[in-house]
Write a protein of this length. Structure first.
Length: 486
């Protein structure tokens, strides 16, 4: 084998992004609250950068945009209709638009989010360890074994590991009989009822025992259903349960309603506050009721305006100042100008982007999800004269507040197809029509996916059955057999 070295020339094109461009892309991608944090970091690290808190709203042509109204301005009422998907998990499926309350936009969103934030609560394990420490009348070995088992709880309040698995690595002084004996004590002495169960059936039966013991309720039929017909309940096979048990459908439905109200398949969740992160819109779309025009307003109007301290600017140009200091100031001034320009570029890009979105999706804003139009990012990029990656970054993690509620900005960018009348419909609009059809169905005889396909055809929308099934699943709508009411 022979190794040779030689020289040759190669001509190719490579794209290298300058630090300034990378910074601009990072700033563009940030949502409003993250941008505020970034500004705070820049202010802390760059001594020449100063902030000027804005006491008033910016000038209209700086952070706002006004669009003419569309001729049609009809607004339809929105409604939610929730149904039971599975009794065991108490999952609901939405068959209508999901309105959100819209704020006035006059309050500081950052302060409002802080004011509404709940204090941190103790974890599930911490709370149960505290309860367990107050339990009296048990041996020390059972108490230690109970502490071990509590650490195995999952978020739903179950201990799903087998006894063999738990006993594989026990602390000194704790034996398998202690673990086995601690299980029923934990289940009987800790709250809420059903905690420390090993499976769903045991969890529900423990809760039935507690309801019977504490309230004196008759739980004979619910106990029968849970012990012997849990899977049939989940699959909504009520007639089969009636044939096997001799119970009437009315008795079974009454027992199922009792279970839905009285029992919790996830008892651990009731001890831990699950807070939904607050959504702060990056822009607000408002309609002037007098003129009918739409006004686009960015929510960064309360964000501090940045500028370079004039004193440091003069020092950097003063030859009497030593070279090292002038170089230090010059670098920081350059970095400060970059961040200021990047923020201004973000503001300009967002306003231009939102203007295109509002123009394209006026029907959605005024009449609802069924009127969402296809709007590919490539099309918007062409209209703005920018790269599609710029549009993608501008859309990322942004929310906008409209007269119909708060929506992810990305929701307005969707593909679609033409209906039978040649009108463009987005995939989101088709899902809205599908959920409307299911909302109006006869619950005693719900529509199969094939029947939904036919109903869509009558409305001028041609979709394959598998597409209908996929859309139904994404909207968490169960199949017809489980939507049926008896």
């Amino acid at each position: 084998m022979r190794l040779d070295t030689n020289q040759h020339m190669r001509l190719d094109q490579r794209m290298k992004l300058a630090p300034r461009m990378i910074q601009s892309m990072e700033i563009l991608q940030l949502p409003a609250l993250a941008l505020e944090e970034r500004i705070d970091q820049e202010l802390a690290s760059n001594p020449v950068l100063e902030r000027q808190d804005s006491a008033t709203s910016p000038t209209p042509d700086h952070s706002t945009e006004t669009l003419p109204a569309n001729a049609a301005s009809t607004t339809t009422a929105e409604a939610d209709s929730d149904g039971l998907s599975r009794f065991l998990e108490e999952q609901t499926y939405s068959v209508g638009p999901r309105p959100r309350s819209s704020g006035s936009g006059d309050r500081d969103p950052k302060m409002e989010a802080m004011a509404n934030a709940e204090a941190r609560s103790d974890s599930l394990q911490e709370q149960l360890h505290q309860q367990w420490g107050l339990v009296d009348g048990i041996s020390e070995s059972i108490r230690l074994a109970g502490d071990v088992l509590i650490d195995y709880l999952d978020d739903d309040g179950y201990i799903r590991q087998s006894v063999d698995s738990i006993c594989h690595d026990l602390p000194p002084g704790i034996r398998r009989p202690d673990i086995e004996a601690a299980f029923p004590v934990l289940q009987q002495r800790l709250e809420p009822a059903g905690i420390c169960a090993r499976n769903l059936q045991e969890c529900l039966l423990l809760q039935l025992d507690a309801r019977q013991r504490d309230l004196g309720l008759d739980v004979t039929i619910p106990r029968l259903l849970i012990q012997h017909h849990l899977h049939d309940l989940e699959m909504n096979r009520l007639p089969q349960i009636a044939r096997k048990t001799g119970l009437t459908l009315d008795q079974i439905n009454a027992a199922r309603q009792f279970m839905a109200k009285q029992l919790n398949p996830r008892p651990g969740r009731s001890l831990v506050n699950e807070t939904v992160p607050a959504v702060t819109p990056d822009a607000i779309i408002e309609r002037d009721e007098t003129t009918g025009a739409y006004r686009i307003r960015l929510t960064d109007e309360r964000m501090p305006r940045l500028y370079v301290n004039d004193l440091y600017h003069k020092m950097a140009a003063n030859r009497e100042v030593d070279e090292a200091t002038r170089q230090f100031l010059a670098n920081n001034i350059r970095n400060a100008r970059w961040i200021i320009e990047a923020i201004e570029q973000r503001r300009s890009t967002l306003l231009r982007l939102l203007r295109v979105v509002v123009e394209a999706q006026k029907d959605f804003i005024e009449m609802g999800p069924e009127f969402l139009k296809p709007l590919p990012m490539t099309q918007v990029a062409d209209q703005l004269g920018v790269h599609v990656g710029t549009v993608s970054r501008a859309v990322s993690e942004k929310y906008i507040q409209t007269p119909r509620g708060i929506f992810p900005l990305r929701q307005f960018f969707t593909g679609g197809m033409d209906n039978d009348s040649g009108e463009a419909m987005s995939w989101g609009a088709m899902k809205a029509v599908l959920t409307e059809i299911i909302a109006a169905e006869d619950k005693k005889n719900p529509l199969s996916d094939d029947a939904i396909v036919e109903e869509l055809k009558r409305r001028g929308i041609t979709l394959a059955r598998r597409t209908v099934a996929k859309y139904r699943k994404t909207e968490k709508i169960p199949p017809a057999r489980r939507r049926r009411e008896f």
